[in-house]
Write a protein of this length. Structure first.
Lengths: 343, 284
Protein backbone atom coordinates (compact mmCIF):
# COMPACT_ATOMS: atom_id res chain seq x y z
CA UNK A 1 0.00 0.00 0.00
CA UNK A 2 2.69 2.44 1.02
CA UNK A 3 4.71 1.17 -1.92
CA UNK A 4 1.93 2.10 -4.27
CA UNK A 5 1.32 5.51 -2.78
CA UNK A 6 5.07 6.18 -2.83
CA UNK A 7 5.41 5.30 -6.48
CA UNK A 8 2.29 7.28 -7.25
CA UNK A 9 3.72 10.25 -5.48
CA UNK A 10 6.99 9.90 -7.31
CA UNK A 11 5.22 9.70 -10.61
CA UNK A 12 3.08 12.72 -9.93
CA UNK A 13 6.18 14.64 -8.83
CA UNK A 14 7.75 13.71 -12.15
CA UNK A 15 4.72 14.97 -14.03
CA UNK A 16 4.81 18.14 -11.97
CA UNK A 17 8.45 18.77 -12.75
CA UNK A 18 7.94 18.20 -16.45
CA UNK A 19 4.89 20.38 -16.33
CA UNK A 20 6.78 23.19 -14.65
CA UNK A 21 9.59 22.93 -17.18
CA UNK A 22 6.95 23.06 -19.90
CA UNK A 23 5.29 26.05 -18.29
CA UNK A 24 8.61 27.91 -18.08
CA UNK A 25 9.22 27.33 -21.78
CA UNK A 26 5.69 28.41 -22.63
CA UNK A 27 5.98 31.51 -20.45
CA UNK A 28 9.32 32.46 -22.01
CA UNK A 29 7.83 31.98 -25.47
CA UNK A 30 4.78 34.11 -24.66
CA UNK A 31 6.85 36.94 -23.21
CA UNK A 32 9.34 36.84 -26.10
CA UNK A 33 6.54 36.99 -28.66
CA UNK A 34 5.02 39.92 -26.80
CA UNK A 35 8.39 41.68 -26.57
CA UNK A 36 8.78 41.37 -30.33
CA UNK A 37 5.49 43.16 -31.06
CA UNK A 38 6.60 46.83 -30.89
CA UNK A 39 9.64 46.56 -33.23
CA UNK A 40 7.98 44.14 -35.68
CA UNK A 41 4.31 45.06 -35.87
CA UNK A 42 4.25 48.49 -34.19
CA UNK A 43 1.21 50.71 -34.75
CA UNK A 44 -2.16 49.79 -33.20
CA UNK A 45 -1.14 46.46 -31.61
CA UNK A 46 1.65 48.22 -29.71
CA UNK A 47 -0.89 50.70 -28.41
CA UNK A 48 -3.62 48.23 -27.47
CA UNK A 49 -1.78 45.11 -26.27
CA UNK A 50 -0.73 46.55 -22.88
CA UNK A 51 -4.44 46.85 -22.03
CA UNK A 52 -4.95 43.20 -22.87
CA UNK A 53 -1.87 42.22 -20.89
CA UNK A 54 -3.42 44.02 -17.92
CA UNK A 55 -6.65 42.13 -18.55
CA UNK A 56 -4.43 39.06 -18.45
CA UNK A 57 -3.18 40.15 -15.02
CA UNK A 58 -6.81 40.48 -13.93
CA UNK A 59 -7.36 36.94 -15.21
CA UNK A 60 -4.33 35.72 -13.23
CA UNK A 61 -5.76 37.30 -10.09
CA UNK A 62 -8.91 35.22 -10.61
CA UNK A 63 -6.94 32.10 -11.49
CA UNK A 64 -5.12 32.30 -8.14
CA UNK A 65 -8.52 31.99 -6.48
CA UNK A 66 -10.23 29.61 -8.85
CA UNK A 67 -7.37 27.36 -9.86
CA UNK A 68 -5.71 27.03 -6.50
CA UNK A 69 -8.22 27.73 -3.74
CA UNK A 70 -11.24 26.61 -5.74
CA UNK A 71 -13.15 29.84 -5.05
CA UNK A 72 -14.73 31.74 -7.93
CA UNK A 73 -15.18 35.47 -7.64
CA UNK A 74 -17.68 37.23 -9.90
CA UNK A 75 -16.42 40.55 -8.58
CA UNK A 76 -12.82 40.86 -9.71
CA UNK A 77 -13.75 43.92 -11.78
CA UNK A 78 -14.71 45.71 -8.57
CA UNK A 79 -11.08 45.58 -7.43
CA UNK A 80 -9.88 46.49 -10.90
CA UNK A 81 -12.08 49.58 -10.85
CA UNK A 82 -11.03 50.51 -7.30
CA UNK A 83 -7.45 50.49 -8.57
CA UNK A 84 -8.39 52.42 -11.71
CA UNK A 85 -10.28 55.12 -9.80
CA UNK A 86 -7.49 55.38 -7.21
CA UNK A 87 -5.07 56.06 -10.05
CA UNK A 88 -7.48 58.44 -11.79
CA UNK A 89 -8.12 60.47 -8.66
CA UNK A 90 -4.48 60.63 -7.59
CA UNK A 91 -3.35 61.77 -11.03
CA UNK A 92 -5.50 64.87 -10.55
CA UNK A 93 -3.84 65.75 -7.24
CA UNK A 94 -0.57 67.53 -6.70
CA UNK A 95 1.40 66.44 -3.68
CA UNK A 96 4.76 67.56 -4.99
CA UNK A 97 5.82 64.06 -6.05
CA UNK A 98 4.95 61.71 -8.87
CA UNK A 99 1.14 61.30 -8.66
CA UNK A 100 1.24 57.98 -10.52
CA UNK A 101 3.31 56.44 -7.73
CA UNK A 102 0.79 57.76 -5.23
CA UNK A 103 -1.94 56.22 -7.39
CA UNK A 104 -0.30 52.80 -7.41
CA UNK A 105 0.52 53.03 -3.72
CA UNK A 106 -3.12 53.72 -2.93
CA UNK A 107 -4.66 51.43 -5.55
CA UNK A 108 -3.03 48.23 -4.30
CA UNK A 109 -3.78 48.62 -0.56
CA UNK A 110 -7.31 49.92 -1.23
CA UNK A 111 -8.21 46.93 -3.42
CA UNK A 112 -6.42 44.52 -1.06
CA UNK A 113 -8.28 45.91 1.92
CA UNK A 114 -11.68 45.74 0.23
CA UNK A 115 -11.02 42.11 -0.71
CA UNK A 116 -9.63 41.25 2.73
CA UNK A 117 -12.63 42.71 4.57
CA UNK A 118 -15.18 41.06 2.26
CA UNK A 119 -13.24 37.82 2.30
CA UNK A 120 -12.71 37.60 6.03
CA UNK A 121 -16.31 38.47 6.72
CA UNK A 122 -17.54 35.59 4.56
CA UNK A 123 -14.83 32.97 5.00
CA UNK A 124 -14.79 33.22 8.79
CA UNK A 125 -18.44 32.18 8.68
CA UNK A 126 -17.64 29.31 6.35
CA UNK A 127 -19.72 30.79 3.53
CA UNK A 128 -20.36 28.38 0.68
CA UNK A 129 -18.78 28.83 -2.75
CA UNK A 130 -22.16 29.72 -4.25
CA UNK A 131 -22.78 32.45 -1.64
CA UNK A 132 -19.35 33.81 -2.36
CA UNK A 133 -20.23 34.13 -6.04
CA UNK A 134 -23.42 36.02 -5.19
CA UNK A 135 -21.76 38.38 -2.73
CA UNK A 136 -18.93 39.18 -5.12
CA UNK A 137 -21.54 39.71 -7.84
CA UNK A 138 -23.30 42.18 -5.55
CA UNK A 139 -19.96 43.84 -4.85
CA UNK A 140 -19.44 44.33 -8.55
CA UNK A 141 -22.91 45.80 -9.05
CA UNK A 142 -22.38 48.14 -6.12
CA UNK A 143 -18.96 49.22 -7.39
CA UNK A 144 -20.48 50.27 -10.70
CA UNK A 145 -23.44 52.02 -9.08
CA UNK A 146 -21.28 53.89 -6.58
CA UNK A 147 -19.03 55.06 -9.42
CA UNK A 148 -22.11 56.27 -11.32
CA UNK A 149 -23.82 57.96 -8.40
CA UNK A 150 -20.85 59.70 -6.75
CA UNK A 151 -20.41 61.83 -9.86
CA UNK A 152 -18.87 64.69 -7.86
CA UNK A 153 -15.80 62.55 -7.31
CA UNK A 154 -15.84 59.99 -10.08
CA UNK A 155 -17.38 62.00 -12.92
CA UNK A 156 -20.37 59.62 -13.07
CA UNK A 157 -21.13 58.21 -16.51
CA UNK A 158 -18.74 60.72 -18.06
CA UNK A 159 -15.87 58.99 -16.32
CA UNK A 160 -12.47 60.43 -15.51
CA UNK A 161 -9.72 61.38 -17.88
CA UNK A 162 -6.31 60.19 -16.74
CA UNK A 163 -2.93 61.23 -18.10
CA UNK A 164 -0.23 58.79 -19.08
CA UNK A 165 2.08 58.30 -16.13
CA UNK A 166 5.70 59.25 -15.97
CA UNK A 167 8.42 57.10 -14.44
CA UNK A 168 10.57 59.25 -12.18
CA UNK A 169 13.77 58.03 -10.60
CA UNK A 170 14.41 60.83 -8.10
CA UNK A 171 17.58 62.69 -8.99
CA UNK A 172 18.32 60.29 -11.86
CA UNK A 173 15.69 61.84 -14.08
CA UNK A 174 12.38 60.81 -15.57
CA UNK A 175 10.94 58.81 -18.46
CA UNK A 176 7.59 59.78 -19.88
CA UNK A 177 5.39 56.86 -20.92
CA UNK A 178 3.30 58.80 -23.43
CA UNK A 179 5.24 56.93 -26.10
CA UNK A 180 3.32 53.69 -26.79
CA UNK A 181 6.37 51.46 -27.16
CA UNK A 182 7.80 52.62 -23.81
CA UNK A 183 4.44 52.08 -22.12
CA UNK A 184 4.29 48.65 -23.75
CA UNK A 185 7.61 47.55 -22.29
CA UNK A 186 6.84 49.07 -18.90
CA UNK A 187 3.58 47.08 -18.72
CA UNK A 188 5.31 43.95 -20.04
CA UNK A 189 7.94 44.16 -17.29
CA UNK A 190 5.22 44.57 -14.65
CA UNK A 191 3.25 41.64 -16.10
CA UNK A 192 6.35 39.42 -16.04
CA UNK A 193 7.12 40.44 -12.44
CA UNK A 194 3.53 39.76 -11.32
CA UNK A 195 3.53 36.41 -13.10
CA UNK A 196 6.84 35.33 -11.56
CA UNK A 197 5.81 36.46 -8.07
CA UNK A 198 2.44 34.70 -8.28
CA UNK A 199 4.03 31.57 -9.69
CA UNK A 200 6.60 31.53 -6.91
CA UNK A 201 3.80 31.98 -4.40
CA UNK A 202 1.63 29.23 -5.81
CA UNK A 203 4.41 26.66 -6.18
CA UNK A 204 5.49 27.25 -2.58
CA UNK A 205 3.87 26.22 0.65
CA UNK A 206 1.10 28.80 0.34
CA UNK A 207 0.01 27.34 -2.99
CA UNK A 208 0.05 23.82 -1.56
CA UNK A 209 -2.17 24.86 1.33
CA UNK A 210 -4.60 26.49 -1.10
CA UNK A 211 -4.73 23.36 -3.22
CA UNK A 212 -5.26 21.38 -0.04
CA UNK A 213 -8.21 23.58 0.83
CA UNK A 214 -9.62 23.13 -2.66
CA UNK A 215 -9.31 19.36 -2.47
CA UNK A 216 -10.39 18.77 1.12
CA UNK A 217 -11.16 21.68 3.38
CA UNK A 218 -12.01 19.54 6.40
CA UNK A 219 -8.74 17.69 6.27
CA UNK A 220 -6.76 20.93 6.24
CA UNK A 221 -8.77 22.18 9.20
CA UNK A 222 -8.06 18.92 11.01
CA UNK A 223 -4.36 19.34 10.25
CA UNK A 224 -4.47 22.65 12.09
CA UNK A 225 -4.57 25.10 9.21
CA UNK A 226 -6.69 28.19 9.64
CA UNK A 227 -8.66 27.72 6.42
CA UNK A 228 -10.52 31.04 6.68
CA UNK A 229 -7.21 32.87 7.08
CA UNK A 230 -5.65 31.27 4.02
CA UNK A 231 -8.74 31.88 1.90
CA UNK A 232 -8.87 35.50 3.03
CA UNK A 233 -5.18 35.90 2.25
CA UNK A 234 -5.66 34.45 -1.22
CA UNK A 235 -8.63 36.71 -1.87
CA UNK A 236 -6.80 39.80 -0.54
CA UNK A 237 -3.78 39.04 -2.74
CA UNK A 238 -6.01 38.51 -5.72
CA UNK A 239 -7.76 41.82 -5.00
CA UNK A 240 -4.41 43.60 -4.75
CA UNK A 241 -3.21 42.19 -8.07
CA UNK A 242 -6.49 43.19 -9.72
CA UNK A 243 -6.12 46.68 -8.19
CA UNK A 244 -2.61 47.07 -9.62
CA UNK A 245 -3.86 46.00 -13.05
CA UNK A 246 -6.69 48.54 -12.79
CA UNK A 247 -4.34 51.38 -11.80
CA UNK A 248 -2.05 50.74 -14.77
CA UNK A 249 -5.04 50.28 -17.07
CA UNK A 250 -6.32 53.73 -16.08
CA UNK A 251 -3.11 55.49 -17.01
CA UNK A 252 -2.73 53.45 -20.18
CA UNK A 253 -6.26 53.92 -21.47
CA UNK A 254 -6.32 57.57 -20.28
CA UNK A 255 -9.87 56.97 -19.18
CA UNK A 256 -11.80 55.37 -16.33
CA UNK A 257 -15.53 54.67 -16.51
CA UNK A 258 -18.04 53.01 -14.17
CA UNK A 259 -18.46 49.97 -16.41
CA UNK A 260 -14.93 48.87 -15.44
CA UNK A 261 -16.43 47.73 -12.14
CA UNK A 262 -19.52 46.18 -13.66
CA UNK A 263 -20.86 42.67 -13.74
CA UNK A 264 -20.17 42.21 -17.45
CA UNK A 265 -16.50 43.00 -17.10
CA UNK A 266 -16.25 40.83 -13.98
CA UNK A 267 -17.71 37.86 -15.75
CA UNK A 268 -15.59 38.42 -18.83
CA UNK A 269 -12.66 37.69 -16.55
CA UNK A 270 -14.37 34.42 -15.57
CA UNK A 271 -14.71 33.52 -19.25
CA UNK A 272 -11.04 34.32 -19.97
CA UNK A 273 -9.85 32.17 -17.12
CA UNK A 274 -12.16 29.28 -18.01
CA UNK A 275 -10.97 29.30 -21.62
CA UNK A 276 -7.29 29.88 -20.82
CA UNK A 277 -7.24 27.22 -18.12
CA UNK A 278 -8.37 27.73 -14.55
CA UNK A 279 -5.52 25.71 -13.04
CA UNK A 280 -2.71 27.63 -14.68
CA UNK A 281 -1.58 31.22 -14.11
CA UNK A 282 0.01 31.30 -17.54
CA UNK A 283 -3.12 29.86 -19.13
CA UNK A 284 -5.20 32.58 -17.49
CA UNK A 285 -2.77 35.30 -18.60
CA UNK A 286 -2.76 33.99 -22.16
CA UNK A 287 -6.55 33.53 -22.03
CA UNK A 288 -7.00 37.18 -21.03
CA UNK A 289 -4.69 38.44 -23.77
CA UNK A 290 -5.89 36.17 -26.56
CA UNK A 291 -9.63 36.31 -25.89
CA UNK A 292 -9.70 40.09 -25.46
CA UNK A 293 -7.56 40.56 -28.60
CA UNK A 294 -9.91 38.28 -30.53
CA UNK A 295 -12.89 40.14 -29.08
CA UNK A 296 -11.45 43.42 -30.29
CA UNK A 297 -10.72 42.03 -33.75
CA UNK A 298 -13.89 39.99 -34.26
CA UNK A 299 -16.19 42.66 -32.84
CA UNK A 300 -15.31 44.63 -35.96
CA UNK A 301 -15.79 41.67 -38.32
CA UNK A 302 -18.80 39.86 -36.87
CA UNK A 303 -20.06 42.27 -34.21
CA UNK A 304 -23.22 40.43 -33.23
CA UNK A 305 -22.09 36.85 -33.33
CA UNK A 306 -18.72 36.90 -31.59
CA UNK A 307 -20.08 37.32 -28.05
CA UNK A 308 -22.61 34.58 -28.81
CA UNK A 309 -19.83 32.30 -30.02
CA UNK A 310 -17.83 33.14 -26.90
CA UNK A 311 -20.78 32.07 -24.77
CA UNK A 312 -20.92 28.72 -26.59
CA UNK A 313 -17.14 28.28 -26.28
CA UNK A 314 -17.52 28.90 -22.54
CA UNK A 315 -20.15 26.13 -22.34
CA UNK A 316 -17.99 23.71 -24.35
CA UNK A 317 -15.00 24.44 -22.09
CA UNK A 318 -16.98 23.82 -18.90
CA UNK A 319 -18.59 20.66 -20.22
CA UNK A 320 -15.65 19.06 -22.05
CA UNK A 321 -12.34 20.81 -21.27
CA UNK A 322 -12.34 21.71 -17.60
CA UNK A 323 -8.68 22.66 -17.71
CA UNK A 324 -9.08 25.00 -20.67
CA UNK A 325 -6.50 25.64 -23.37
CA UNK A 326 -3.60 25.17 -20.95
CA UNK A 327 -4.85 21.68 -20.08
CA UNK A 328 -5.49 20.90 -23.72
CA UNK A 329 -1.94 21.88 -24.73
CA UNK A 330 -0.54 19.93 -21.82
CA UNK A 331 -2.32 16.73 -22.79
CA UNK A 332 -1.35 17.28 -26.43
CA UNK A 333 2.33 17.45 -25.46
CA UNK A 334 1.90 14.44 -23.22
CA UNK A 335 0.35 12.48 -26.09
CA UNK A 336 3.16 13.54 -28.40
CA UNK A 337 5.76 12.34 -25.91
CA UNK A 338 4.01 8.98 -25.54
CA UNK A 339 3.84 8.62 -29.29
CA UNK A 340 7.58 9.32 -29.57
CA UNK A 341 8.58 6.91 -26.83
CA UNK A 342 6.27 4.26 -28.29
CA UNK A 343 8.13 4.41 -31.59
CA UNK B 1 -49.12 58.95 9.74
CA UNK B 2 -49.79 59.63 6.10
CA UNK B 3 -46.13 58.97 5.23
CA UNK B 4 -46.04 55.76 7.23
CA UNK B 5 -49.07 54.35 5.43
CA UNK B 6 -47.82 55.33 1.99
CA UNK B 7 -44.41 53.79 2.79
CA UNK B 8 -46.18 50.64 3.96
CA UNK B 9 -48.14 50.51 0.71
CA UNK B 10 -44.97 51.02 -1.30
CA UNK B 11 -43.14 48.36 0.68
CA UNK B 12 -45.97 45.86 0.21
CA UNK B 13 -46.12 46.42 -3.54
CA UNK B 14 -42.35 46.12 -3.89
CA UNK B 15 -42.31 43.01 -1.70
CA UNK B 16 -44.94 41.23 -3.77
CA UNK B 17 -43.40 42.16 -7.13
CA UNK B 18 -40.00 41.05 -5.89
CA UNK B 19 -41.50 37.81 -4.57
CA UNK B 20 -42.93 37.18 -8.02
CA UNK B 21 -39.56 37.88 -9.66
CA UNK B 22 -37.73 35.64 -7.21
CA UNK B 23 -40.24 32.78 -7.18
CA UNK B 24 -38.90 30.92 -10.22
CA UNK B 25 -35.41 31.15 -8.76
CA UNK B 26 -36.60 29.92 -5.37
CA UNK B 27 -38.22 26.89 -7.04
CA UNK B 28 -35.13 25.92 -9.00
CA UNK B 29 -32.67 26.68 -6.22
CA UNK B 30 -34.77 25.35 -3.37
CA UNK B 31 -36.04 22.17 -5.01
CA UNK B 32 -33.47 21.15 -7.59
CA UNK B 33 -30.45 22.76 -5.91
CA UNK B 34 -29.26 24.55 -9.04
CA UNK B 35 -28.01 28.09 -8.53
CA UNK B 36 -29.69 29.42 -11.63
CA UNK B 37 -27.52 32.35 -12.72
CA UNK B 38 -29.60 32.39 -15.90
CA UNK B 39 -32.66 33.54 -13.94
CA UNK B 40 -32.11 37.15 -15.00
CA UNK B 41 -31.98 36.11 -18.64
CA UNK B 42 -35.19 34.09 -18.18
CA UNK B 43 -36.95 37.19 -16.81
CA UNK B 44 -35.63 39.26 -19.72
CA UNK B 45 -36.68 36.63 -22.24
CA UNK B 46 -40.15 36.54 -20.66
CA UNK B 47 -40.42 40.31 -21.02
CA UNK B 48 -39.31 40.27 -24.66
CA UNK B 49 -41.57 37.37 -25.61
CA UNK B 50 -44.49 39.21 -24.01
CA UNK B 51 -43.59 42.28 -26.02
CA UNK B 52 -43.33 40.23 -29.20
CA UNK B 53 -46.66 38.45 -28.64
CA UNK B 54 -48.38 41.70 -27.66
CA UNK B 55 -47.00 43.46 -30.76
CA UNK B 56 -48.26 40.57 -32.87
CA UNK B 57 -51.73 41.40 -31.59
CA UNK B 58 -52.19 38.94 -28.72
CA UNK B 59 -54.11 40.31 -25.71
CA UNK B 60 -51.76 41.10 -22.82
CA UNK B 61 -52.57 38.15 -20.57
CA UNK B 62 -52.38 35.65 -23.39
CA UNK B 63 -49.01 37.21 -24.33
CA UNK B 64 -47.75 36.74 -20.76
CA UNK B 65 -48.89 33.11 -20.73
CA UNK B 66 -47.24 32.46 -24.09
CA UNK B 67 -44.04 34.08 -22.80
CA UNK B 68 -44.12 31.89 -19.70
CA UNK B 69 -44.63 28.80 -21.84
CA UNK B 70 -41.82 29.86 -24.18
CA UNK B 71 -39.35 30.38 -21.36
CA UNK B 72 -40.52 27.14 -19.77
CA UNK B 73 -39.67 25.26 -22.98
CA UNK B 74 -36.28 26.98 -23.15
CA UNK B 75 -35.71 25.97 -19.53
CA UNK B 76 -36.66 22.35 -20.30
CA UNK B 77 -34.22 22.33 -23.23
CA UNK B 78 -31.47 23.76 -21.03
CA UNK B 79 -32.14 21.14 -18.39
CA UNK B 80 -32.31 18.29 -20.86
CA UNK B 81 -29.27 19.21 -22.94
CA UNK B 82 -26.88 20.42 -20.27
CA UNK B 83 -27.94 20.80 -16.67
CA UNK B 84 -29.15 17.25 -15.96
CA UNK B 85 -25.64 15.91 -16.53
CA UNK B 86 -24.26 18.13 -13.79
CA UNK B 87 -26.64 17.71 -10.84
CA UNK B 88 -23.80 16.13 -8.91
CA UNK B 89 -21.52 19.16 -9.23
CA UNK B 90 -23.55 22.23 -8.26
CA UNK B 91 -20.77 24.67 -9.02
CA UNK B 92 -20.66 23.58 -12.65
CA UNK B 93 -24.41 24.19 -12.92
CA UNK B 94 -23.78 27.71 -11.62
CA UNK B 95 -21.21 28.33 -14.38
CA UNK B 96 -23.37 26.67 -17.02
CA UNK B 97 -26.45 28.70 -16.13
CA UNK B 98 -24.26 31.80 -16.28
CA UNK B 99 -23.19 30.71 -19.77
CA UNK B 100 -26.91 30.35 -20.55
CA UNK B 101 -27.30 33.97 -19.44
CA UNK B 102 -24.46 35.10 -21.75
CA UNK B 103 -25.82 33.19 -24.74
CA UNK B 104 -29.47 34.15 -24.19
CA UNK B 105 -28.62 37.83 -23.75
CA UNK B 106 -26.68 37.83 -27.01
CA UNK B 107 -29.49 36.04 -28.85
CA UNK B 108 -31.98 38.58 -27.47
CA UNK B 109 -29.72 41.38 -28.70
CA UNK B 110 -29.49 39.82 -32.16
CA UNK B 111 -33.21 39.11 -32.47
CA UNK B 112 -34.72 42.17 -30.78
CA UNK B 113 -31.92 44.74 -30.94
CA UNK B 114 -30.78 46.87 -28.03
CA UNK B 115 -33.44 49.61 -28.22
CA UNK B 116 -35.78 50.07 -25.30
CA UNK B 117 -39.14 48.37 -25.75
CA UNK B 118 -42.35 49.18 -23.94
CA UNK B 119 -45.33 46.98 -23.22
CA UNK B 120 -48.57 48.88 -22.66
CA UNK B 121 -50.01 48.36 -19.19
CA UNK B 122 -53.41 46.62 -19.25
CA UNK B 123 -54.51 48.68 -16.24
CA UNK B 124 -53.08 52.16 -16.54
CA UNK B 125 -53.78 54.79 -13.93
CA UNK B 126 -54.37 54.53 -10.23
CA UNK B 127 -57.02 53.36 -7.82
CA UNK B 128 -58.19 56.03 -5.39
CA UNK B 129 -58.78 54.97 -1.81
CA UNK B 130 -59.43 58.05 0.27
CA UNK B 131 -56.24 60.06 0.42
CA UNK B 132 -54.08 57.30 -1.04
CA UNK B 133 -53.51 56.33 -4.62
CA UNK B 134 -52.61 52.78 -5.55
CA UNK B 135 -50.99 52.25 -8.93
CA UNK B 136 -53.57 49.95 -10.51
CA UNK B 137 -51.31 47.58 -12.40
CA UNK B 138 -48.76 47.14 -9.61
CA UNK B 139 -51.55 46.39 -7.18
CA UNK B 140 -52.99 43.83 -9.56
CA UNK B 141 -49.58 42.16 -10.01
CA UNK B 142 -49.03 42.11 -6.25
CA UNK B 143 -52.34 40.34 -5.66
CA UNK B 144 -51.66 37.94 -8.52
CA UNK B 145 -48.23 37.22 -7.07
CA UNK B 146 -49.82 36.31 -3.74
CA UNK B 147 -52.36 34.08 -5.52
CA UNK B 148 -49.66 32.30 -7.55
CA UNK B 149 -47.60 31.57 -4.44
CA UNK B 150 -50.72 30.38 -2.58
CA UNK B 151 -51.71 28.15 -5.51
CA UNK B 152 -48.24 26.64 -5.58
CA UNK B 153 -48.55 26.00 -1.85
CA UNK B 154 -51.77 24.08 -2.46
CA UNK B 155 -50.12 21.95 -5.15
CA UNK B 156 -47.07 21.46 -2.97
CA UNK B 157 -48.88 20.39 0.19
CA UNK B 158 -52.20 19.01 -1.02
CA UNK B 159 -51.57 17.01 -4.17
CA UNK B 160 -49.77 13.78 -4.91
CA UNK B 161 -47.27 15.48 -7.21
CA UNK B 162 -46.45 17.84 -4.31
CA UNK B 163 -45.84 14.89 -2.02
CA UNK B 164 -43.56 13.34 -4.63
CA UNK B 165 -41.53 16.51 -4.98
CA UNK B 166 -41.21 16.91 -1.21
CA UNK B 167 -40.17 13.29 -0.85
CA UNK B 168 -37.56 13.81 -3.49
CA UNK B 169 -36.04 16.79 -1.70
CA UNK B 170 -35.99 14.97 1.61
CA UNK B 171 -34.35 11.82 0.32
CA UNK B 172 -33.68 11.32 -3.37
CA UNK B 173 -32.24 7.83 -2.93
CA UNK B 174 -35.09 6.33 -0.97
CA UNK B 175 -37.73 7.99 -3.15
CA UNK B 176 -36.11 6.57 -6.26
CA UNK B 177 -36.07 3.14 -4.60
CA UNK B 178 -39.78 3.59 -3.97
CA UNK B 179 -40.30 4.03 -7.69
CA UNK B 180 -40.21 7.80 -8.06
CA UNK B 181 -38.77 8.99 -11.34
CA UNK B 182 -36.14 11.43 -10.15
CA UNK B 183 -35.02 12.58 -13.58
CA UNK B 184 -38.57 13.36 -14.70
CA UNK B 185 -39.44 15.15 -11.46
CA UNK B 186 -36.31 17.34 -11.62
CA UNK B 187 -37.17 18.15 -15.22
CA UNK B 188 -40.72 19.06 -14.27
CA UNK B 189 -39.58 21.30 -11.41
CA UNK B 190 -36.87 22.99 -13.49
CA UNK B 191 -39.34 23.62 -16.30
CA UNK B 192 -41.90 25.02 -13.87
CA UNK B 193 -39.28 27.34 -12.36
CA UNK B 194 -38.37 28.59 -15.82
CA UNK B 195 -42.07 29.02 -16.66
CA UNK B 196 -42.53 31.10 -13.50
CA UNK B 197 -39.49 33.22 -14.39
CA UNK B 198 -40.88 33.87 -17.88
CA UNK B 199 -44.31 34.67 -16.45
CA UNK B 200 -42.76 37.08 -13.94
CA UNK B 201 -40.73 38.74 -16.69
CA UNK B 202 -43.87 39.23 -18.73
CA UNK B 203 -45.86 40.62 -15.80
CA UNK B 204 -43.05 43.00 -14.83
CA UNK B 205 -42.58 44.19 -18.43
CA UNK B 206 -45.24 46.97 -18.34
CA UNK B 207 -43.62 48.47 -15.21
CA UNK B 208 -40.27 49.12 -16.88
CA UNK B 209 -38.64 49.85 -20.19
CA UNK B 210 -37.32 46.56 -21.52
CA UNK B 211 -33.68 46.27 -22.50
CA UNK B 212 -31.51 43.15 -22.84
CA UNK B 213 -30.13 43.55 -19.32
CA UNK B 214 -33.41 44.20 -17.52
CA UNK B 215 -33.26 40.86 -15.71
CA UNK B 216 -29.95 41.72 -14.08
CA UNK B 217 -31.67 44.20 -11.80
CA UNK B 218 -33.58 41.30 -10.34
CA UNK B 219 -30.93 38.60 -10.45
CA UNK B 220 -28.90 39.48 -7.37
CA UNK B 221 -31.92 40.77 -5.44
CA UNK B 222 -33.79 37.55 -6.17
CA UNK B 223 -30.86 35.55 -4.90
CA UNK B 224 -30.73 37.55 -1.70
CA UNK B 225 -34.48 37.07 -1.33
CA UNK B 226 -34.06 33.31 -1.59
CA UNK B 227 -31.06 33.10 0.72
CA UNK B 228 -32.38 35.51 3.34
CA UNK B 229 -35.74 33.74 3.26
CA UNK B 230 -34.01 30.40 3.59
CA UNK B 231 -33.33 27.93 0.83
CA UNK B 232 -36.08 25.37 0.61
CA UNK B 233 -38.48 27.62 2.55
CA UNK B 234 -40.15 27.93 -0.79
CA UNK B 235 -43.27 29.82 0.04
CA UNK B 236 -42.98 31.70 3.33
CA UNK B 237 -39.25 32.19 2.72
CA UNK B 238 -39.78 33.91 -0.60
CA UNK B 239 -42.29 36.34 0.84
CA UNK B 240 -40.28 37.04 3.99
CA UNK B 241 -37.04 37.41 2.03
CA UNK B 242 -38.74 39.77 -0.41
CA UNK B 243 -40.06 41.79 2.48
CA UNK B 244 -36.59 42.08 4.04
CA UNK B 245 -34.94 43.04 0.74
CA UNK B 246 -37.73 45.09 -0.86
CA UNK B 247 -39.01 46.62 2.37
CA UNK B 248 -35.61 47.76 3.57
CA UNK B 249 -34.87 49.22 0.17
CA UNK B 250 -38.07 51.28 0.34
CA UNK B 251 -37.17 52.50 3.80
CA UNK B 252 -33.55 53.29 2.95
CA UNK B 253 -34.67 55.11 -0.18
CA UNK B 254 -36.62 57.54 2.05
CA UNK B 255 -33.40 58.86 3.52
CA UNK B 256 -30.97 58.58 0.68
CA UNK B 257 -30.68 58.03 -3.05
CA UNK B 258 -31.95 54.88 -4.75
CA UNK B 259 -28.40 53.77 -5.53
CA UNK B 260 -27.11 54.11 -1.99
CA UNK B 261 -30.29 52.39 -0.79
CA UNK B 262 -29.57 49.39 -2.99
CA UNK B 263 -25.97 49.21 -1.82
CA UNK B 264 -27.24 49.40 1.77
CA UNK B 265 -29.69 46.55 1.11
CA UNK B 266 -26.91 44.40 -0.30
CA UNK B 267 -24.92 45.15 2.83
CA UNK B 268 -27.86 44.17 5.07
CA UNK B 269 -28.30 40.94 3.08
CA UNK B 270 -24.60 40.10 3.29
CA UNK B 271 -24.51 40.71 7.03
CA UNK B 272 -27.65 38.59 7.47
CA UNK B 273 -26.03 35.83 5.43
CA UNK B 274 -22.93 35.98 7.54
CA UNK B 275 -24.78 35.44 10.78
CA UNK B 276 -27.76 33.40 9.59
CA UNK B 277 -26.42 31.44 6.62
CA UNK B 278 -29.48 29.19 6.63
CA UNK B 279 -31.92 32.10 6.35
CA UNK B 280 -33.48 34.34 8.98
CA UNK B 281 -35.90 31.81 10.37
CA UNK B 282 -34.01 28.59 10.44
CA UNK B 283 -32.25 27.57 13.64
CA UNK B 284 -28.71 26.39 13.19
Amino acid sequence: MSQISLSLRRRSAGVDRRFFAGETTAAAALFLILAAVPPIIAGYPTYILPQYMLFGVLAMSLSLLWGFAGIVSFGQAAFFSVGAYAMGLMMHQDYGFNPAYAGILIAIPAATLLAAVTGYFLFSAGARATYFVLVTLALSISAEQVAVSQSGITGGWNGLFVDRMELTFGPLGAVSLTDDARMFYFVLVIVICVYLLMRRLTTGKFGKVLVGIRENENRLTALGYDVAFYKTLAFALSGGVAGLAGALYATHANFVSPSLGGVLFSTQAVVWVAIGGRGSLLGALAGGIVVSSLTNYLSAVIPDYWQLALGFIFIVVIVFFKRGLAGLLESAFEALRHWRTAR
Amino acid sequence: MHTIISVAIDATLITMVLALAAFGLAIIYGLVGVVNMGHGAMLTLGAYLTWAAASAGAPFFLAVLLAGAGVGIVGLLLEHLVIRHFYKSPFDTLLLTWAFFLVTTEIIKIVFGTDFRNVASPFPGAIDIGTFKLPAYRTFVSILSGLIIAATAVVFFRTSIGIKIRALIQNPEVSSLLGLNIAATYKLVFGFGAFMAGLAGGLIAPMLSIDPYIGNIFLVRSFFVVIVGGIGQLLSGTVVGSFVIGGSETIFALFTSQVVAQAAVFLVAIVLLRFRPEGVFRDQ
